[in-house]
Every structure is written in C-alpha cells, then in structure tokens.
Design a protein around this ligand. Structure first.
Ligand SMILES: Cc1cc2nc3c(=O)[nH]c(=O)nc-3n(C[C@H](O)[C@H](O)[C@H](O)COP(=O)(O)OP(=O)(O)OC[C@H]3O[C@@H](n4cnc5c(N)ncnc54)[C@H](O)[C@@H]3O)c2cc1C
Length: 472
C-alpha cells in the first residue's frame, strides 16, 4: 500500500485557490480528500436545515470536481468535534497518510479541535500542514502600531489596504493537476443529503457547485457591481452579489472575489469605480469581523464585545420574540424581511440591520436570541459575520452603531422600499394597499387584511432603550 497525503476539507469546499489542496498535490504523494459531516456539532452551533443541506450539497459538488482530478472524497466518521481525532487516526492509518493538509478555521471550538488533531497526528509521525485560506490577508497580520488588534473598522481597512500593497496576497492558486487514479471509492454524499433535506425553494434558490459560484461572480462583476452603491440598500432590487452562502462555506474564496472586483475597476468608468470600491470595502468588513474574532475570542463565547453591555436588562418576552421570528410584529418592513428569511434562507443586508435593530432596540430582546435564530435559518450563516452584524445592531460590539441611533422601522421602510414592492412581495395580504399606507397601514385596513397592529409603540420603546443605555 502506497503512502498518501490527506486534505481535510472544512469551510473551503473548492478545488481552485485552495492552499491545502494545492500544497498536498505539490507533495507528489497521491492525494485523498476527507470531510467530516459533523451534524451534531453543527446543530450545537445553531446551524439549521437550510445550511446543513446546502453544505452537504456543496460537498457532493466538490466530490464531483475532485473526481475529475482522480481524488476521492472520503467521509470522516464523526458527528461532533470530540470524535474527530479518533476518526482521523483510523482513516490516516487505513490509508497510510504521511501528511494531513488543511486550511485554518478561526473560531475557538474549531481552533481547539485542530490543535488536538495536530497533536495526535504528530504522535503518529504524520506531518501536519496548515494553511490560510479564509480571508485575503491572514487576520493576525493586521495590527495597530501598538501591536494589538483593531477595534474600529476604518483604521483597520486602511491598514488592510496598505498591507495588501506590500504582499502577494491576491495571487490565486490554480486547481491541482489530475493525478493517477486510486483504487479508493468516494463516500456516498448523495445519500447523506437525502437524510438532511430542506425546502425545494431553498434548494432551487441556492444551487451548489464551484462553477455555479464563479459564473455568478463573473456575471455580477459585469453587471450589478457597477451600480453597487446606488442599489445595495434597496431590497426589491437584486443589487448585491448574493455570494454570501458560497463564501461562507468557501466554495469561492475571498481572494477570488476581491481579485475579480479589483480587475473590474481597471475596466470601469470613474463613476463605476467608486461603486465597486464600496463592494470591496464590504469584503473587508468580512475580514474585519474575522480579525475581531481572533483578537477578542470572548465574542465566540457568547459574550458581548463591550463588557459593560452585559448589564442590559434584556426582555424575556417570548411572545414578542415569536412574533418577530414569524413576521407578525405589525411593522410591514420587519415582517416582510422575516418572511424573506424564513422562506428563502437569506435576507437582504439592509433588512438584517432593520430586523436586528428592531429586536434589540424596540423589543429589547437579547441579541443572542436573534443571532441564534438567524443562524438557524440562514443558508449563508457565518459565525463571524453574523455575530459581528448582531453586535453592531445591538450596540454591544466593536465599532457598533451608536446606541442613540435607533432605526425607525417605518422611516427605513419609506426610504429603502419607497414603493412598497418588497413588502408586497412577501406580505401578499397587503398587496392591494395603495401609496404610502403600505409602510404603516391604518387600523381599519389592517383589520380588513388580517394584518396585526404594531406590537409596540416605537417612540416609547426608543425612549426606554435610550434610558437603559445611557445609564450603563
Ligand atoms: C444582523 C446581521 C447578521 C448577518 N449575518 C451574516 C451571516 O450569517 N453571514 C454572512 O455572510 N453575512 C452576514 N451578514 C452580513 C451581510 O448582511 C451579508 O453578508 C450580505 O447581506 C450577503 O449578501 P450578498 O452576498 O449579496 O452581499 P454583497 O453586498 O454582495 O457583499 C459581498 C460579500 O461581502 C461580505 N459582506 C457584505 N456585507 C458584509 C457585512 N456587513 N459584514 C460582513 N461581511 C459582509 C459577504 O461575504 C458578501 O457575500 C449579517 C449582517 C447583519 C446586519
């Protein structure tokens, strides 16, 4: 039996620009891929059916790509992180692996898991090669002059951009060459997908595959990207890339996205260039939240970034929370947004801000309840961005919205869905309401449409929240 090199795929489900796969192939050893469908662990991390099904479909698509390179993709039999080292050792011994390659994951549990695996493999004299593939620039490389992690986005972005100029960070790695066939069969990934279904609507909306994601990226760079800043805040327009799900499980890398955006700048008019730069800065927000995660790991442990906000007397009103989850708050923009989330597994960024702000500032419900609910529904659920987004809205996070800037959901609705097209699409019972009334229908109309009255008085709720934050 010949020696092999194993590539452990995790949130990097791609063959191109995958450092671990690239280096394993360069080793000259026959390469075997492995993936651990840690369903129990994922559920513990609040992943819901949408994300689990999506990731498994992406794994099956990866398996097809790897098959073209004669690389089998085996199942690491572990349903949680604790059982990974044991399962890994079995597989390593069975396939005579001399080396295991993987790209780092940054969250605390994942990091601890990898440390344990590394120790055990090294005891067996198996080389462990760790690479970086989640962000354009490894998050620990950006530090302040005082050598500490940044807490504020704008100086972070400036430091990030100047670091980008210094290094070769945008060099995208090619996919490896086809190797000689191995007599090892891949796992039956399709069977696993069947065991973890989700709605057909979500499956249709979020197709799997690296080629699919790249087509989408290319089309976006030739189209919507050129008007990104003008359109990105309007949920009735498809003005954003909708690449978040593919990015969250690494089907397309941040580097590939950033490099494509930058290339688009060189062919764009000055007006379009500024639109594209805003998109690039959103990709840097993604990097920033990962930077915060490793610099301040308390955010991984369910703690707010701003420790003083632990003293907020959050409401435990379950009825309010359920009303928010189900889209029955009586605020049309909030309800339409929650229905978008519940029906499609995705929500527009402007609406994520509005609904998160509404839950935490109007209903005064703990941001962690919302964070968990989002994670459970989202197809693009991503710990760093979700936690960052929630702590931003709750004013508990680093560089969060100031506590006194509380969104008025009705004004947000008038501003970002002026014709009410988005509301009508997700709340068909309001479809016939004409004009501005769609944003806050009068009681009689609500009654006739079977649409609830607002569950709270926004002005009063705002005053209550301001007083609480002021006295922290
Ligand atoms: C409360 C809240 C929760 C969120 N939860 C998640 C989450 O679980 N997963 C997730 O990927 N994003 C999350 N975001 C960030 C943002 O809403 C989504 O990334 C974005 O809506 C995805 O749509 P898009 O791919 O069309 O983005 P585009 O506007 O096309 O942006 C391109 C990419 O940049 C990244 N990005 C964009 N905006 C942000 C941002 N504000 N923070 C971090 N990265 C960003 C994403 O990877 C996105 O795919 C959250 C934001 C908030 C306010």
């Amino acid at each position: 039996m010949q020696n092999t090199a194993m590539v452990w795929f995790r949130s990097d489900l791609r063959v191109a620009d995958n450092p671990a796969l690239y280096h394993a192939a360069k080793s000259g050893l026959p390469v075997i891929g492995i993936f651990a469908p840690c369903i129990k662990q994922w559920q513990k991390h609040d992943w819901g059916a949408n994300k689990i099904n999506y990731v498994l479909r992406q794994v099956a698509a990866l398996n097809e790509q790897l098959a073209k390179l004669n690389i089998p993709l085996l199942k690491l039999d572990a349903t949680d992180f604790v059982s990974i080292p044991g399962a890994m050792i079995k597989l390593v011994k069975k396939h005579h692996a001399k080396a295991v390659y993987f790209n780092d994951e940054l969250e605390v549990n994942e990091e601890q898991r990898d440390e344990k695996v590394q120790v055990q493999l090294e005891v067996l004299d198996v080389d462990v090669h760790r690479s970086h593939g989640q962000t354009v620039i490894p998050p620990h490389l950006i530090k302040t002059l005082a050598d500490v992690y940044y807490k504020v986005y704008t100086p972070y972005r400036k430091a990030w951009e100047s670091e980008l100029d210094k290094g070769d960070y945008l060099q995208v790695l090619p996919k490896p060459r086809k190797q000689k066939p191995l007599d090892i069969a891949s796992a039956n990934w399709q069977a696993l997908i069947q065991k973890h279904p989700t709605s057909q609507k979500v499956i249709d909306l979020w197709p799997a595959g690296e080629e699919v994601a790249h087509k989408q990226l290319k089309a976006y760079c030739n189209g919507g990207l050129l008007a990104y800043n003008d359109q990105r805040d309007f949920p009735s327009i498809e003005g954003t890339s909708r690449l978040s799900a593919a990015m969250a499980c690494g089907v397309v890398s941040a580097k590939q996205c950033y490099a494509k955006g930058l290339a688009a700048i060189s062919e764009a008019t000055p007006g379009q260039q500024s639109q594209i730069r805003v998109w690039l800065s959103e990709l840097i927000w993604r990097e920033f939240y990962r930077h915060v995660l490793i610099g301040f790991p308390r955010v991984c442990r369910n703690h707010p970034f701003k420790t003083v906000t632990r003293n907020i007397p959050w409401s435990d009103n379950e009825q309010h929370f359920r009303g928010w989850c189900d889209g029955r708050t009586g605020f049309p923009i909030v309800d339409a947004a929650m229905r978008q989330l519940n029906e499609t597994g995705w929500m527009h960024n402007r609406l994520r801000m509005i609904t998160a702000m509404f839950l935490t500032k109007d209903l005064l419900i703990d941001w962690r309840w919302g964070e968990r609910y989002f994670m459970n529904q989202l197809v693009d659920g991503d710990f760093a961005s979700n936690n960052g987004g929630w702590q931003w809205a709750a004013s508990t996070g680093t560089d969060a919205v100031p506590y006194f800037r509380i969104f008025n959901p009705t004004s947000q609705s008038q501003r970002f869905d002026p014709q009410g097209q988005f509301i009508r699409a997700y709340l068909p019972q309001l479809a016939d309401i004409e004009g501005k009334a769609i944003h806050d229908p009068p009681p009689l109309i609500r009654g006739s449409c079977d649409y609830p009255m607002p569950m709270i008085d926004h002005a009063k709720a705002r005053q209550r929240t301001l007083a609480i934050f002021k006295n922290l």
